[in-house]
Design a protein around this ligand. Sequence first.
Ligand SMILES: NC(=O)c1ccc[n+]([C@@H]2O[C@H](COP(=O)([O-])OP(=O)(O)OC[C@H]3O[C@@H](n4cnc5c(N)ncnc54)[C@H](OP(=O)(O)O)[C@@H]3O)[C@@H](O)[C@H]2O)c1
Length: 302
Amino acid sequence: MEKPFILHMLTTAKNLSPFDANMALDAGWIHALSYLNVEPSEVQGLVQDVIFSRSLKNLQRTGIFIGGRDTKQAMDMLKSAKRSMFAPFEVSVFADPSGAFTTAAGMVALAENELITKFHTTLEAKNILVLGGTGPVGQVASVIAAQAGAHVRMIGRQLDKAQNIADMCNNEFGEGKITILAGVDADKAEYIKTTDLVFATGAAGIELLGAELVASAPLLKVAADVNAVPPAGIAGVDAFQNGTPIKGSNSGAVGLGAMAIGNIKYQVQNLLLKSMIHTEKPVFLHFEHAFEMARNYLKPVA
Ligand SMILES: NC(=O)c1ccc[n+]([C@@H]2O[C@H](COP(=O)([O-])OP(=O)(O)OC[C@H]3O[C@@H](n4cnc5c(N)ncnc54)[C@H](OP(=O)(O)O)[C@@H]3O)[C@@H](O)[C@H]2O)c1
């Protein structure tokens, strides 16, 4: 008899995200088992319990998902899971803490698509302001955009916090090959004068870029806002906006709202969860794979 598809879902938080549980079952996993309050040091033991209890054939029907809220911790847990396995006793692992990897990937890929289709350019050498950039979504959006060649400035309310997090992103996620700069929210009127793209990734329900600053951005091309809770993170960008001009932008910038970004995030997470089921060889998925998947999803069909 064929064994069921089992996804072991690890989180360092008190609760597993119901969003992630729904996503797993809707993608075709038959059982989504939650492991709560997991200590990163427990990953090795849990992973080895997973791999030694099924035949090689049934290991292909087994996977691990890593949630939680902390991006670096989730990447460390993914690496630890990979290190804990050895061929042929391996299963696929996918990290998406706080949905940040798939959300950031969806936002950056959508913004890049707007640059290509409406402005005939790319992310290369563009100046990007990531407002509220110190949270999980902002960190990963900053890294993905910097890896795509953009000049990224991560903005927070306190410079030392933003600097520490930008340094962590450069060293841990970018392996020292990217340079995300830090900036303080109080200086955004100055930064906006040379900004090509804005990503609003702050906590829900907070306006981070007002109408006056939108109007004062001479180079602004794309403004993307992940916050679905009113008021919008960027004045003039509504949650359903998907590449239409922003009212009040003097540079002809287009807006991307939370629902448009959320749709790509959903598709990417669904496709990555499915890819774990259908792969012959185990895959180890994180934000780089999410971005690749989002780019492919948005690629026009030839
Ligand atoms: N559309 C989607 O599919 C989707 C999916 C997932 C998440 N989201 C949304 O994405 C956004 C970012 O999520 P996250 O978990 O990364 O965010 P978060 O950690 O809750 O917040 C991000 C940053 O916002 C800043 N912030 C907090 N309170 C603030 C305030 N009162 N005024 C100004 N700034 C404030 C903080 O930065 P400083 O302390 O450094 O200033 C914080 O690090 C949220 O709005 C979330 O709802 C959307």
